[in-house]
Design a protein around this ligand. Structure first.
Ligand code: SAM
Length: 433
């Protein structure tokens, strides 16, 4: 096994079997012993996913006729080769030779000549291909057509910056556990360990690492002094602002980043219920809380059907970090470009609306519900909250008045890359009676 063959396996799992990039990587990484190979594997897989629409376009220009369906593996091999030539500093001869050599590992030695010719042609025809790319917006921006149109419609002034951020690797962001230390001291410890870092804007405990590193290298990670979490996600606990003695529901809790932060920030809650419909993902919440020595009540259940899990005791605060298109976190999960379909958006919006309607009666009068998504699409954000407010219930929208992002008619939006944060949406709803 080498890094390129491993990359091909990961790409096959994503493209041919519909798996998520993270999960596919987790299943293949252990097959590589050297950390250098593991790094190359990650770099190649993230890169190919990030630029997939563009690489596909280039390949279509370079092939005389489309490859047969049974040669889907060769197609991915060619995309992997093109990625190395176009976006990495790997010497061209090594990129071509290593890619050609893999045809044998696929038992397709007959394709050696074709793979070699396509990659060499790319090098020869680069200038002409650049001009063609200029004429093909979805290929140039490396976004599927429906998503590019949706971004242009939703953010007429900002879509070029969103697209650019989506195609840029996100920084590694950390959250220092306030119960165990403070940010300034932890930044000094990072520097002592040779890791350059700075405070993350707008957060109470966030840190941005200059260069990403394996979590094992972070001082105190195993003992719960720090967690990995984007700055925008860290705003949830601050905005929810849970108080001592309160009963709080995290309605879509897995993998548990925000639950953990809520508990770190407010040690004296009466109870935190961490709910998720997915029992396997809920186990990850338990793992996170165990590492941080925190306790919550973990419940497997459907947030849109409280009758099956709610004990009838109302909540002071509810965090609804709803399942969404994840269009704000494409820079961290570039396979979203491939997996997400336009038809997913109305389906997600229906689920989000059902959750809001179902959870509202669980809130005490005067209580707060914080609605959050990592989406940049209005259907899941402002329109969703406005639709809920229009149902004539006891909800009042309370603007966040935040110094980050963009205030909207309902809620506040952070766009990806702004102040080094992921794209996130937050809206605060208070129950009037
Ligand atoms: C955006 S993620 C939550 C991330 C989490 N709050 C965190 O900070 O780590 C959305 C979660 O909603 C869960 N989910 C999806 N449908 C659900 C439902 N009907 N009821 C409860 N949870 C649901 C998914 O399993 C997923 O874990």
């Amino acid at each position: 096994m080498n890094a390129r063959l491993a990359s091909l396996q990961v790409l096959q799992q994503i493209v041919q079997q519909g798996q998520k990039l993270d999960n596919a990587l987790d299943s293949v990484i252990p097959q590589l012993e050297q950390s250098r190979d593991q790094g190359l594997l990650q770099h190649l897989c993230y890169g190919v996913m990030r630029w997939y629409p563009q690489l596909e376009f280039l390949l279509s220009q370079l092939l005389h006729k489309p490859l047969k369906k049974k040669d889907a593996d060769l197609r991915l091999l060619l995309l992997l080769g093109l990625y190395q030539l176009r976006f990495t500093r790997i010497p061209a001869h090594a990129a071509v030779d290593e890619t050609v050599a893999l045809t044998k590992r696929l038992n397709k030695g007959w394709a050696r000549g074709m793979v070699n010719a396509v990659l060499r042609n790319y090098e020869r025809r680069q200038n002409e291909l650049e001009l063609r790319l200029e004429q093909a917006p979805t290929a140039r921006t490396a976004h599927p057509p429906w998503l590019l149109t949706a971004l242009q419609q939703a953010w007429p002034d900002h879509w070029p910056a969103i697209v650019e951020a989506n195609n840029t690797q996100a920084p590694m962001a950390l959250r220092v556990n306030d119960r165990r230390g403070n940010r300034d001291t932890y930044i000094k410890r990072l520097l002592d360990a040779g890791l350059e870092a700075r405070p993350a804007a707008h957060t109470e405990s966030g840190v941005i690492l200059q260069d990403p590193c394996p979590v094992e290298q972070l001082p105190g990670f195993a003992t719960g002094e720090v967690s990995v979490q984007d700055g925008a996600a860290q705003l949830a606990a601050t905005l929810l602002d849970a108080q001592p003695g309160e009963r709080v529901l995290d309605a879509c809790a897995a993998p548990g980043g925000k639950s953990a932060h809520l508990l770190e920030r407010q040690p004296d809650l009466q109870q935190l219920i961490a709910l998720d419909v997915d029992a396997a993902r809920l186990q990850r919440v338990q793992d996170t809380l165990s590492r941080l020595a925190l306790t919550a009540t973990l419940v497997t259940g459907d947030a849109a059907r409280p009758a099956s899990w709610w004990d009838g005791q109302p909540f002071d605060r509810i965090l609804l970090d709803a399942p969404c298109s994840a269009t704000g976190v494409i820079r961290r999960h570039p396979d979203i470009k491939l997996h997400r379909r336009q038809s997913d958006i109305p389906a997600l919006a229906t689920t989000q609306h059902a959750m809001l309607l179902a959870l509202w009666p669980l809130l005490k009068p005067g209580g707060t519900l914080l609605y959050a998504t990592c989406s940049v699409l209005p259907e899941e954000n402002t329109q969703q909250v406005e639709r809920f407010l229009a149902t004539g219930n006891t909800a009042r929208h309370v603007p966040l008045g935040a110094s980050w992002g963009y205030p909207l008619s309902a809620g506040q939006q952070i766009l990806p890359g702004e102040d080094e944060m992921d794209g996130f949406y937050y809206a605060r709803l208070v129950k009037t009676s």
